[in-house]
Design a protein around this ligand. Sequence first.
Ligand SMILES: *Cc1c(COP(=O)(O)O)cnc(C)c1O
Ligand code: SF4
Length: 460
Amino acid sequence: MHSKPLPIAEAIPALKPPVDPATLEHKHLLSGPFWQKIPSYAAVSEGEFLDHKWQSKNTITNIPKLLEAIGDLVPPEFVEDASRGFQQAPMSVRVSPYLLSLIDWSHPYEDPLRIQFIPLASKLLPDHPKLGLDSLHERADAPVPGLTHRYVDKALFLTLDTCPVYCRFCTRSYAVGTDTDAVEKDTLHVSEDRWRRAFAYVASRPELEDIVISGGDSYNLRAAQVTQIGETLLQMPNIRRIRFATKGPAVMPQKLLTDDAWLDALTKVVERGRKLHKEAVVHTHFNHPNEITYITEQAMNRLFERGIIVRNQSVLQRGVNDAIATMKLLVKRLGHVNVHPYYVYVHDLVKGVEDLRTTLATALHLEKHVRGSTAGFNTPTFVVDAPGGGGKRDAHSYEHYDRETGISVYTSPAVHQDAYYLYFDPIDALSVAVQARWADEKERQRMVDAAMAQAKIQKI
Ligand SMILES: *Cc1c(COP(=O)(O)O)cnc(C)c1O
Ligand code: SF4
């Protein structure tokens, strides 16, 4: 039988009020030569801007160059503020032209992309007293440097320590990027010996099935390295799933359009996996709907056409994506470009970015509004990565949460049978009275002890 699509002709009386298509904001992606607003890119053609080589070559990697690039767009006080921000922040500088062009420089203080990549001294807050570098204990769970085996059946492999951009909120600021004034970092360079040892460990553990290939960032692996890592893992009988983690699509989608060698290498790994009935996918990292443009859509279409599954992990950040409308729009827009929203992380306790963290209550509130607004499989789980090595917990699964003191307590029986893990809301979000208690070391301990005692009583 020959079947054609049915014609859609008649108008059906509506039960719901009509919706103006113009209000479906998630479908309206930024298009046109938006980069030409930046004076130094005014003459850059679409062909150039969509070329990943042009993006890489023009990526800004030092503070004076960055300040110079934005100098004509913002008031001098802003440049001064950013310059002092960089002096205090433990991060390296790397900003792609794509990112720079997506920032609304007429409102640089509020812009959600500026907030993520350019620190301002005037906005920085003191670190939380309970914060430690490598707050997630990735190094303590590493049998080989750069290979974290915390969960039973999955491991995280940090293949290299560079990224296409450097983010303020990076959890791995202990390793990623070159040394800065404020932090001396461990190094996790590409090293055949280190990789070999990591692979040997993975092969020796029959319970390991699932490997996250991260970094740094998989975008910075050469095509041949993508093939090598993919093939090596897929050939191990114990391995069933691999994920290439990369922020790339959010900050330089151009690579997926013009770096055919890299994308072909990834595609071959995915296809090889499919033949072996194993899953190879991409995990990416969009945080704000403005990061998704017509260029992103083209890039994601290219992956979709090749049957490559893409999932997204966002980091919840104050002033970036902590408003209901923004988070809902991000989730819908990700779905629109065929990216599955997988996780929203409550911001880890990381040095120098206290101004970016939100309370756990914010996450719970957002989740309530997001769930139900689109398909369940496109609805992210809000998680807390429990400091101290507890791993990711559903944000709602705390044993106890005191919204007054900002202390939440989690357990993680699949990871450590009897351990308790504490997460702390940012102090400036608490009441003045409680802030005073946090300033006193003895009071601090009392609050923590009280929370722990409650958690033990309430534990289910
Ligand atoms: C996040 C993470 C994983 C992967 O966890 P999923 O919940 O499956 O996404 C694996 N190992 C470590 C150390 C991680 O932090
Ligand atoms: S791209 Fe990822 S690993 Fe690299 S700096 Fe940003 S958050 Fe960290």
